[in-house]
Design a protein around this ligand. Structure first.
Ligand SMILES: Cc1cc2nc3c(=O)[nH]c(=O)nc-3n(C[C@H](O)[C@H](O)[C@H](O)COP(=O)(O)O)c2cc1C
Ligand SMILES: [Fe+2]
Ligand SMILES: [Fe+2]
Length: 400
């Protein structure tokens, strides 16, 4: 049975949900599932904005067959050539042999790389700012390279002022019937997942996101249709403000994320002591994570949100605990910057952890290490309280 949703008089959401997939990109846990959006415009010409993931192909075909109601499909616009959105191109060409696939040079390069069918008679190559008239609706293609793939483009529909924004403004989390963000409790149900999606998938490309935001700021936008998550038709400045902050690596909130690696609990104890002291000095809304317990995507997301971080790690075979090393390298790879960082290291016979963490952090852009790293041998002792108090004091004064 088809499952479609009207966005406006002649535009339909024809996507679907996947709540079975364990990990998005086979990497990120998605406890609330994910949705793959696709949108169908009916006008003198018909145009489909992107397709969906293989997991929901059957429903997708039913959806567009239903909405088209016997009409031909004239255009398939490909804003993003990642396979979670393009699993159905070949099937659509087979079903609608007159279809024109709309994409840029890179889009067609990627179609050829991923698939084997002959689409040479179905290509409509466009460049930045080209337009395509469907009748009453007019599509304008705005390239948005490296948000987060090189072929990405946004499509702006000029009559209804809709921005089809590829993965930008998307989120993890399936839709529970309500398609529009204003019909959901977005801040409680989706916002953390939108941030986790942004930070981990798009986070590296802050400057490219900024460039894309600047490009679209020239257009009046009434609706944002992303490829994942709810459609935005109200309170757009809220979402655009989040994207502006996230892409400029500017924290949303003053606060501390504590992350530790501990085998036998001594580093964990030290981090609890530090957090406890910070709390008693009035620091609110802290987050603490065991690197071996929580998937890094959640920790990274919180680091995107908060202004301060404290990392604590044991020394492991003269190096860093593997989980902590990979976590810090991931943060660096994602271009994380502009945070204030406290460092806590431990070891039993040759403490290397603090120095090694400091090296990685200092190789990142605009990361400020607060005070001197706090070091312990095996376990924290009473006689170190003065030193830890000094560490906490320095850290605190960098927050206020
Ligand atoms: C496999 C393994 C390798 C370790 N390698 C080192 C090391 O190279 N240098 C060092 O000073 N301590 C080393 N340690 C000791 C840890 O750093 C030690 O577990 C820590 O001091 C106690 O903290 P914890 O209770 O938080 O795990 C190692 C421990 C283990 C289990
Ligand atoms: Fe993508
Ligand atoms: Fe996607």
């Amino acid at each position: 049975m088809h499952c479609v949703h009207k966005i406006s008089e002649n535009i339909y959401w024809v996507g679907g949900n996947d709540r079975r997939l364990e990990r998005f990109e086979n990497m990120f846990p998605i406890p609330n599932g994910v949705c793959y959006n696709s949108y169908l415009i009916l006008d003198e010409k018909t145009a489909l904005m992107d397709t969906v993931d293989n997991a929901i192909s059957r429903l997708f075909i039913e959806n567009i067959t239903h909405v088209l109601n016997g009409r031909d499909l004239d255009y398939l616009v490909i804003n993003h050539m990642e396979p979670d959105h393009c699993a159905n191109i070949e099937e659509l060409v087979r079903r609608y042999p007159n279809i024109k696939i709309v994409g840029n040079k890179k889009t067609f390069q990627f179609i050829g790389q991923f698939y084997d069918f002959d689409y040479s008679m179905n290509m409509l190559e466009v460049k930045d700012c080209d337009t395509l008239c469907l009748g009453k609706h007019n599509l304008k293609f705005i390239t948005a390279p490296m948000v987060h793939w090189p072929e990405v483009m946004f499509t702006y529909e000029e009559t209804e002022k809709i921005l089809f924004s590829a993965d930008a403004f998307g989120t993890f989390g399936a839709l529970a019937g309500n398609l529009f963000s204003d019909e959901t409790d977005y801040e409680h149900f989706y916002l953390d997942e939108a941030r986790r999606y942004y930070a981990n998938i798009v986070g590296k490309y802050g400057s490219q996101v900024q460039a894309a935001l600047k490009k679209v700021s020239n257009y009046e936008i009434k609706t944002i249709c992303s490829l994942h998550g709810p459609v935005w038709r109200e309170n757009l400045p809220f979402l655009i403000d989040k994207y502006t902050k996230w892409s400029s690596y500017e924290p949303e909130k003053s606060g501390v994320v504590l992350v530790y690696a501990s085998m036998y609990g001594n580093m964990e104890n030290t981090m609890n002591v530090i957090a406890n002291k910070l709390a008693q000095k009035g620091i609110k809304d802290m987050r603490m994570y065991d690197i071996s317990k929580t998937h890094p995507s959640y920790i990274i997301s919180d680091i995107w949100k908060y202004s301060h971080v404290i990392v604590g790690s044991v020394t492991y075979n003269m190096g860093l605990y593997y989980g902590m090393e990979s976590f810090l390298n991931e943060l660096k790879a994602l271009n994380m910057q502009n945070r204030k960082v406290g460092i806590v290291g431990s070891g039993t016979w040759s403490c290397q952890a603090a120095k090694l963490m400091q090296e990685i952090i200092c190789s990142m852009k605009n990361m400020e290490v607060i005070g001197s790293p706090f070091e312990i041998t095996s376990s924290m002792k009473q006689n170190q309280e003065e030193t830890v108090d000094k560490f906490v004091e320095e850290f605190c004064s960098s927050i206020n």
